[in-house]
Ligand binder design. Structure first.
Ligand SMILES: *Cc1c(COP(=O)(O)O)cnc(C)c1O
Length: 484
């Protein structure tokens, strides 16, 4: 068959598009991408994806390779996280899906224990405010009341604060190892003991830490060694270094885990049995993760984690050495958040968002995180997030001076005043519709195309100031228009 466009031209166009992306290799982006810097590992992953390219991961009885890959990958992660014979698992398409399924399992177990049908009750999900947004999504999708517990100034939650929220209507407590925003390792042993005592399941979200904390020294037990931990999520597409689309959800107790599944024989088509949310799915990321785990082995993971730890310590020391900035709390694992140092005089403080924008002009992309008010009236500061991967180490000699120079450039510049920005916008008495939202976005210089403005501090200030439903609606419009 003659193609309407030659393959070479199509791929050239793809290369052109890719060239405009933020760089996925070389450590320039300190979030989203988890790069070992080992080209041969990327090649291996690509070859593994190609080998299973036509396979449908939906049906491991027709494509038996899928069952074997899953079994072996789960076995590796289960052993790493000290799961015994009572711990069973599933490979999912990512952290969000693992988290969604942990919540669905807990909801269905809660309903079944009370003889209720889905939709009949509205159980609570209790978690620190720092719990990943995937649990907000899970509560939204599955009809749970999200009960978020404030954290202290170090970003960590007190077990007592969780204890105060427990009751018969709680279907699940979620804690993180560590949390994404501040890298706090939640008090997992204490919370799991509370859960065990009250018969409430406890999920440990180790999406980011699951494949790296086992190689981090000096941590209190946070995985299946802790009685009362009923499930753990761990992403292979983060510190498992696999391409996107693969995570593991481990659950304690077969009968419990079976509530994660969906099965139906009540339609005229093939019998459906899905452990996860998707139907037809790629086996590519699974095969890539499986190949990477075999290639690296525990020793390889240890070496890569050691590199991450050296870089994290170096960056932590570098930030602490910058006048006007501070590292938030006591981060655990290869990530940290940076805030303005309130102990410094205002004119010597460095706003973390202006700092991130200034670092960006020097060629590194850091992630801005909004400040927020908690339900107890205490404030979480605006911060900038850094995830450190094995490639970070080689770049440190350039990165550290860039962090210092960027701070020197913006020291004393105050945080963008969201209220001043808001004054420029027409007042809204309701959540805007698509057209209004689009006009507003253009009014603040957004909506010009796929690229966000070079200065993200104003955007974050708007997010901090607008009522969340309005901010969320504007962001939905911004992203939705990209596909139009
Ligand atoms: C990344 C992450 C998730 C969600 O994972 P995705 O893979 O982005 O869907 C959940 N929890 C934590 C702590 C994470 O870091």
């Amino acid at each position: 068959m003659r193609f309407q466009e030659p393959a070479a031209d199509i791929l050239a166009r793809l290369d052109e598009l890719r060239a405009a992306d933020a760089p996925t290799h070389g450590g320039r982006v300190l979030s989203y991408v988890y790069d070992t810097g080992l080209a041969e590992l990327d090649e291996l992953a690509a070859a593994a994806i190609r080998a299973v390219q036509p396979v449908n991961g939906l049906d491991p009885t027709t494509f038996t390779s899928v069952a074997t890959l899953e079994r072996e990958l789960i076995a590796f992660v289960r052993e790493l996280l000290h799961g015994d014979a009572d711990v069973v698992g599933t490979v999912t398409t990512g952290g969000t899906e693992s988290c969604l399924l942990a919540v669905k399992t807990a909801r269905d177990a809660w309903l079944a224990a009370r003889g209720l049908e889905p939709g009949a009750g509205r159980p609570r999900l209790v978690a620190p405010v720092t719990v990943h947004a995937a649990f907000q999504k899970a509560a939204h999708y599955f009809g749970l009341e999200l009960d978020l517990v404030p954290v202290g100034p170090s970003g960590g939650v007190a077990a007592d604060a969780i204890a105060a929220r427990l009751g018969d209507d709680v279907a699940l407590v979620v804690v993180s190892a560590p949390s994404y925003p501040f890298a706090a390792l939640d008090p997992i042993e204490a919370v799991a003991a509370l859960g065990a005592e009250r018969g409430i399941p406890v999920h440990v979200d180790a999406c980011i830490g699951g494949l790296v904390l086992p190689f981090w020294p000096g941590l209190a037990p946070w995985d299946f060694r802790v009685p009362g931990v009923t499930s753990v999520s761990a992403d292979l597409h983060k510190f498992g270094y696999a391409p996107k689309g693969v995570s593991v959800l481990l659950q304690r107790g077969r009968d419990r885990q079976r509530r994660q599944f969906f099965a139906t024989t009540r339609w005229p088509g093939y019998p459906v049995v899905n452990p996860t949310i998707l139907g037809s799915k790629s086996a590519g990321p699974l095969a890539a993760a499986w190949a990477i785990v075999r290639a690296l082995g525990r020793e390889g993971f240890q070496d890569l984690a050691d590199s991450c730890r050296r870089s994290t310590e170096a960056l932590r020391a570098a930030v602490e050495g910058i006048e006007g900035l501070r590292v938030v709390g006591s981060p655990v694992g290869p990530l940290l958040a940076v805030a303005a140092d309130d102990a410094a005089a205002p004119e010597r403080r460095v706003d973390p968002h202006h700092w991130a924008d200034a670092v960006r002009t020097r060629g590194w992309v850091l992630q801005l995180q909004p400040g927020a008010q908690q339900s107890d009236e205490t404030a979480l500061p605006p911060t900038t997030h850094l995830t450190i991967t094995p490639v970070t180490e080689a770049g440190l000699p350039e990165l550290v001076p860039a962090l210092v120079a960027a701070a020197d450039e913006v020291r004393g510049v105050p945080h963008v005043d969201g209220a001043e920005l808001l004054a420029l916008l027409p007042t809204l008495d309701s959540v805007p519709d698509s057209e209004t939202a689009w006009v507003l976005l253009q009014g603040v210089g957004l909506g010009g195309g796929a690229e966000l403005p070079a200065q993200q501090a104003p955007l974050l200030a708007l997010i901090e100031t607008l009522p969340p439903p309005v901010a969320e609606r504007l962001l939905i419009e911004l992203i939705a228009r990209l596909a139009e």
